[in-house]
Design a protein around this ligand. Sequence first.
Ligand SMILES: Nc1ncnc2c1ncn2[C@@H]1O[C@H](COP(=O)(O)OP(=O)(O)O)[C@@H](O)[C@H]1O
Ligand SMILES: [Mg+2]
Length: 430
Amino acid sequence: MSKVKKGVRLENVSKIYQDPKTKKEFYAVNNISLDIAPGEFITLLGPSGCGKTTTLRMIAGFESPDAGEIYLGDEAINTLTPNKRDTAMVFQSYALFPHMNIFDNIAYGLKLRKFSSAEIKDKVFGMMDLVGLTGMENRYTNQLSGGQQQRVALARALVVEPGVLLFDEPLSNLDAKLRLEMRSELQRLHLDTGSTFVYVTHDQMEAMTLATRICLIDNGYLQQYDAPLDVYNKPNNLFVADFVGNPAINFIDAHGKQKDGVFELDVFDGQKLKFVPNEPLDIKKWHADLAARKEAEAEEHAKKASQKGYVERSNKETSFKYHIAMIDEPEDYGDEQVYTDEDFVIGIRPEFVEISEKGKFKGEIYSSMPTGMETTVRVAIGNYLLTGVMFGGVVYKLGDKVNVGFKGNNAILFDRKSGEIITLGSLKAE
Ligand SMILES: Nc1ncnc2c1ncn2[C@@H]1O[C@H](COP(=O)(O)OP(=O)(O)O)[C@@H](O)[C@H]1O
Ligand SMILES: [Mg+2]
């Protein structure tokens, strides 16, 4: 397509809503800054209610930010109405016009923009070919399958050649197989149109597979904005580590000290495990830097709080509680416990859990689920459960005694108090 693609920039954007029940105001979007380059495919990812749709609607112009500025290309667009912005949106509900045939549905935006009928015909038929609707121009929406309706919605948005295309969970009404197919077509459409795509989803797999970069949001806060594999391999904190990846990452509670660079840790109720950082790191300095950062944030907050019109954040401030898988889970996770700088959490992805004679931990097969291409195994070490993924159809018998180890240098060390990543490294058992 001929049109120039545009980037999007959000600068310290916030949106405040009032909770209809409690009447309290809260931040649906809290001070988010994002720089989306022209032609990128960005996914806004996060649990339901985290502020994804609100962010997208602010870019489209259906909502206006309470603070911050949004740019399309070089232009500040906060005060522009939606139809004056070079954007188009695709909704989960398709929002097609039932009284119009497919041709007219797709032609709608072009007519508004006063294209000649020859141009409209040309563009609509071209777009119908592109999204795989050739020959369906005279049908009505009730004569189409869900997947075809979604294609019409796509074509209607794409045909006006917007600089930025916005998607709000467009595939969530489709069945699993069709969703997969449409995902791969979206990738192709992104390439063919050269448009900038901003795509909202709560499905981490969808976000991982489609995006050039993922913007992961929780409770209105930006958690991480990085390429999918960076989010996966180097998550900023426990929440990100847990949200991305299926099967989920394993978390292991660990306590100990750093000695000659290496962390000597107690894990699994009294067993020993060493964490060897990939690059030199001084934990004392790390904690000092963290404290300085927190202090600067607190100062910034105090400054804002003294300004006129400040809205106190009344969002639920429950910190993310990571899950330690156990056979007998305690009812009380010890929420009252006070953690120190010697408390850590190790994160290890299932593909780095190894069942082999070399493994130093004694375990027992708890469950084994071969799918043909791979096998997901849960192995018990004492009361603790670790999930491993083995390539190929490996068959284990439940109750088999096995040795468990960890491979590679993709283990992640987190600070337990703040939940933040400290560093990557490898795990060595004695
Ligand atoms: N118009 C509104 N008035 C009040 N609260 C709203 C409004 N729109 C959304 N919210 C609330 O704002 C939060 C973020 O909503 P939303 O952006 O739709 O989340 P997501 O798309 O990530 O699921 C939610 O708690 C939601 O209930
Ligand atoms: Mg939403």
